[in-house]
Design a protein around this ligand. Structure first.
Ligand code: GLP
Length: 244
């Protein structure tokens, strides 16, 4: 795993956006894997700036998002589709028809998950995947457990994740308890992965990830250690417990 430690959240966001912009310039018909959460917001802001000020062209770009809450429709301000429109898609020249966020209202998550993975394959596979990390080591919504899902499908959120994400909802009781999430295999198929982490709240899990040197289903992000092209971009706060 390649590691880039930055001085600030802003610098982390610029580095990540720079990596994505280079890939888009290199292949205008690129397939991107995208993430939600508070961490990538600065990266999207910088990509929007690059579009507006430097002409970064999204017209041929295809995107697939990692996950969506179950029971929340696309128009809900807490949906990840809403988040993506608001933070990126509405501000660049992307064809929304080429943007994909799992459907949290599907009545057959298993079948739907299979179709989502097939859509990714049909589009040619993900060239570069953006990831955040949960404080418990989850990626997308693949939570620490005895087993981890390979393909996209229905997953249950842990208490910790529900509490971590409660800040976006009216109360902890309003946080959905399930999601449709890309599986570990779906994520690991991406040719290149960029994982972001910011702030002290991520220091413990980044310490474990970087120093662990082992794969465990108790830290889903540890599977990234098996991937040939992963870059961790994190600020110095998130990196502060490495080597301690
Ligand atoms: C959410 C998302 C993840 C994200 C993580 C961290 O639950 N499903 O994709 O990486 O939590 O979120 P944040 O960046 O807000 O810390």
């Amino acid at each position: 795993m390649k590691i880039i430690v930055t001085e600030s959240y802003e610098e982390m966001s610029k580095v990540a956006a720079g990596i994505f912009a280079e890939e888009i310039i290199d292949d205008s018909r690129i397939v991107l894997g995208l993430a939600t959460g508070s961490t990538p917001i600065g990266t999207y802001k910088e990509l929007v700036r690059k579009h507006l000020e430097e002409g970064l062209d999204f017209s041929q770009v295809t995107t697939f998002n990692l996950d969506e809450y179950v029971g929340i429709d696309a128009g809900d301000p807490n949906s990840y589709r809403f988040f993506m429109n608001e933070n990126l898609f509405d501000h660049v020249n992307i064809d929304k028809g080429n943007t994909h966020v799992p459907d949290g209202m599907t009545d057959n998550p298993h079948e739907y998950g299979k179709e989502y993975d097939e859509m990714i394959e049909k589009a040619g596979g993900i060239r570069i995947q953006l990831l955040g990390i949960g404080s418990n080591g989850h990626i997308a919504f693949n939570e620490p457990d005895e087993e981890l899902p390979v393909g996209t499908g229905l997953v249950s959120l842990t208490r910790q994740t529900i509490e971590d994400n409660a800040r976006f909802f009216q109360s902890v009781d309003h946080v959905p308890t399930q999601a449709i999430s890309m599986g570990m295999g779906s994520i690991m198929k991406a040719e290149r992965i960029v994982i972001l982490a910011s702030g002290e709240g991520k220091a413990e899990i980044i310490g474990k990830l970087v120093e662990g040197g082992k794969v465990t289903t108790r830290i889903p992000a540890s599977f990234l250690l098996l991937h040939p092209d992963v870059t961790l971009v994190c600020d110095k706060e998130a990196y502060s417990l490495v080597g301690r």
